[in-house]
Structure formats: structure tokens, C-alpha cells
Design a protein around this ligand. Structure first.
Ligand SMILES: *Cc1c(COP(=O)(O)O)cnc(C)c1O
Length: 418
């Protein structure tokens, strides 16, 4: 074997695609070892919110690294975690009173599912079914895959994935099919929870659906006592134009998953927030009824220091203005390019803009188009990672006008070339 021993995620090494070596980054820019400057138009896979190496977050990390690196979190606590919990409960909906830490979006989803099942177990009701939406994505661990879309990504593991109830994606004009299916599943009585990505399905292809539908789904769940889990791992932290996507529907979930932008996208950390009844269901003087979940790095102090700095940025800096401004620039570009007959379904939600390339044949995600497009953009020093024939732009909020123009011009160029 020659070269690197690294087995990269979501990478087919057999195709020998180049793997650029990045040495440093700031704002929306990545610098490579061979001297290129690349625009990070996907926020390093949807995590970077304020920009790479935000000085305030980096300073908080450096300071914390001098004080406390890691601490067992079962029965012990530390200042950065307390600051994050206090900061979160201050800006998130007041019903979400409890903060449980973990280290990735997938683990925050696993925790949410275990909390929901633990809640029903404690109440002595046999509710084990999780309801999920078609095309959804909630992570790559076994539980998270079970509640996500089935396909080429998880075929080898499918026999081990647990059964779920499925509702169709609420495409425009078909919303009632979704709501009727949810109502029917909730009526059956074994349904423990619904898990959804609010307003936009990310990995499923940046599929946008309406606020009214989201609100109606929440109401159906409430009417049947079914727990509503909002997976805001991608949509949280301003991505959709508001701090949470749920805000736009005027709803509050029973359980909320946050990760990606929680540390501004700098370090791995996640939280699962829960309402008081879910916490209380696990509260007891009986040790056998505690919430049995932990991972070694739960609430790592350095990651928490980054999250605390992120919360301070949200409190003290005009983040929402950057978000609104970026959303307007994205819409303008989408309008400009969406008119071309090479594109269909131009759609935007907050800072996210997406459109589908019209192709003769479409092989879905495995279509060779996506890697060809990726290579095309890479050659133009733009980091984009299309989902099948869906091209989307989801940049850090600090991206400059010139940088965003370069990204969209590369997309415009791509349609002429493909
Ligand atoms: C990315 C993502 C996850 C998984 O998060 P990881 O940190 O990659 O484990 C879960 N849900 C949604 C909606 C996501 O976009």
C-alpha cells in the first residue's frame, strides 16, 4: 500500500478521486497544501455557521485547553457545560427545560429515541413504534439509520434496522396524504414518537415543505399524546432563517436534537433537549429508572467552551442580520439562475438555496453526475457536494458578496458544460 492509510467517510477509494489536503482556513475560505484557496460553499458539511476559525470561539478553546481537558460527566460537572445549559435554556423555547449532552447529530438522535421509549416505559404503556417521514436522514448509527430513508446507503445493514411507521413526504398539493397517514398511525396506539426534520429534509435532497404542514403534524401528535421529536441538527442555528426552523411554524417539540452549529461548527458536540415531563418520567429514587446513556466524551469541556462562545456570539453579535442578508443574496442568485431551462425546482429556505439539474437520465444519488460536478467545482476552487442531480449552496454566514458570486458563477458555468 502506498500513500495514506486513511479510510475516508462517504468516499469510494476505488475511484481514486483526488483528496485535497487542507492546511488552514478562515471565514468561508479553505487553504490547501498546494497553495489553492477554496470557497467552502457547503459549510464543511453544514456545520460552520459564523465562518472557520472564528476568533472568539478559537480563543475560548485555547483558554479552556489550559484549564480542564476532559471530565467524567456521570455525577460530575464543569463550568463550560453549565454555561452551555444556561445559555441554551435562555434562548430555546422555555418548555425545553433539560439539556442532555452527547457528541454528534447521530448520538443526539439515538438519545432522543431512547428518551421517548424510556418515557413510555416509565409510564407503563406499550408504545414502541417510531414514525418517520419518507426521504428523511437522521444519521448513520444503527438507530439513526433505522429512522431514516432506506436505500443504497444502508442495504447491507437493513436486516438489523428496526421497523418504523412511515408517512409520505408532504410534497406541494399532497400534504393531506402525509397528515392522514400520521393520523392513522397515531390512532393505532403503539406509536411512541414522530421524528422529523422541520421544514427541510437535508440529505434527502434539500426538500422543502410548508410551515402549516409542520404545525399540523405537531398538533396531530399532541392530540394523541405521541411525542414530537424535532431533529434540528442541520436546520438549527439560523440555517433556515430563524434560530430554529420550528419557530417558523410556531411550534415547540417535546424533544429537540441540536449539533452541527452548536459549537459554531468548530468541535464535535450535541445536545438533546427535553421537556419536563420527559425528564420527570426518568426521575425516581430508584436507580433502575435512571436514563442509561453516556459516551466517554459526553460534554467534553473544550467542546463545551466552544459552544459557550457560540452562544455568546448569538447573544452579542448581529448573527441574525448576517443570516437575513445571506438569505436575500441566495434568493437573488436562485432567481437569476433558476430561470434557465437547465434547472428545475429552484428552492430556498433561509441561507440554503438548491436547484435540480435537468438531466436526460437520473440514477438518483449514485448517478455519476454528482461526482463529475464535484470535480468540476473542485477545479474551480469551489467546494460543493451535489446530492444526485441536486446542487445546493449552504455557505457560512460570513461569505462575502464576491465569494458567493464565484460559487454561483461556477454553478452557472456547470450547466453549460454538462
Ligand atoms: C447531519 C445530520 C445528522 C447526523 O449528524 P452527525 O453529526 O453527522 O452524526 C442527523 N440529522 C440531521 C438532520 C442531519 O443533517
Amino acid at each position: 500500500m502506498t500513500g495514506s492509510a486513511i479510510w475516508h467517510p462517504f468516499t469510494q477509494h476505488g475511484l481514486c478521486e483526488p483528496i485535497p489536503l487542507v492546511t488552514h482556513a478562515e471565514g468561508a475560505l479553505l487553504h490547501t497544501a498546494d497553495g489553492r484557496t477554496v470557497i467552502d460553499a457547503v459549510s464543511s458539511w453544514w456545520v460552520t455557521t459564523h465562518g472557520h476559525c472564528h476568533p472568539r470561539i478559537m480563543a475560548a478553546v485555547a483558554e479552556q485547553a489550559q484549564k480542564l481537558d476532559q471530565l467524567i460527566f456521570a455525577g460530575w460537572t464543569h463550568e463550560p457545560a453549565e454555561a452551555v445549559a444556561a445559555g441554551l435554556t435562555a434562548i430555546m423555547p422555555p418548555e425545553l427545560t433539560r439539556v442532555f449532552f452527547s457528541d454528534s447529530g447521530s448520538t443526539s438522535v439515538e438519545v432522543a429515541l431512547k428518551m421517548a421509549l424510556g418515557y413510555w416505559h416509565a409510564r407503563g404503556e406499550a408504545r414502541h413504534r417510531i414514525v418517520v417521514m419518507e426521504h428523511s436522514y437522521h444519521g448513520d448509527t444503527i438507530g439513526a439509520m433505522s429512522v431514516g430513508a432506506r436505500g443504497v446507503f444502508n442495504r447491507p445493514y437493513e436486516p438489523l434496522l428496526f421497523d418504523v411507521g412511515r408517512i409520505p413526504f408532504p410534497a406541494a398539493g399532497r400534504e393531506h396524504d402525509t397528515l392522514d397517514a400520521l393520523e392513522a398511525l397515531c390512532r393505532e396506539g403503539q406509536t411512541a414518537a414522530l421524528i422529523v426534520e422541520p421544514l427541510i429534509l437535508g440529505a434527502g435532497g434539500m426538500l422543502v415543505y410548508g410551515r402549516e404542514t409542520l404545525k399540523a403534524m405537531r398538533e396531530i401528535c399532541a392530540a394523541h399524546g405521541v411525542l414530537f421529536i424535532a431533529d434540528e441538527v442541520m436546520t438549527g442555528w439560523g440555517r433556515t432563517g430563524t434560530l430554529l426552523a420550528c419557530e417558523q411554524a410556531g411550534i415547540v417539540p417535546d424533544i429537540l436534537c441540536l449539533s452541527k452549529g452548536l459549537t459554531g461548527g468548530s468541535l464535535p458536540l450535541a445536545v438533546t433537549m427535553a421537556t419536563e415531563p420527559i425528564f420527570e418520567a426518568h426521575w425516581s429514587t430508584d436507580r433502575a429508572r435512571m436514563f442509561f446513556h453516556s459516551s466517554s466524551y459526553t460534554a467534553n469541556p473544550i467542546a463545551c467552551a466552544a459552544a459557550a462562545a457560540n452562544l455568546a456570539i448569538w447573544r452579542e453579535e448581529p448573527v441574525m442580520e448576517c443570516v437575513t442578508d445571506l438569505a436575500a443574496r441566495q434568493s437573488a442568485w436562485l432567481e437569476k439562475l433558476g430561470r434557465f431551462c437547465h434547472f428545475e425546482n429552484p428552492r430556498t429556505l433561509g441561507t440554503i438555496a438548491a436547484l435540480d439539474l435537468r438531466t436526460l437520465e437520473s440514477g438518483g444519488y449514485m448517478d455519476s453526475l454528482a461526482p463529475e460536478l464535484m470535480a468540476f467545482f473542485r477545479e474551480r476552487d469551489v467546494l460543493l457536494r451535489p446530492l444526485g442531480n441536486t446542487v445546493y449552496v449552504m455557505p457560512p454566514y460570513c461569505i462575502t458578496d464576491d465569494q458567493l458570486d464565484d460559487v454561483w458563477n461556477a454553478i452557472g458555468e456547470a450547466v453549460i458544460s454538462f
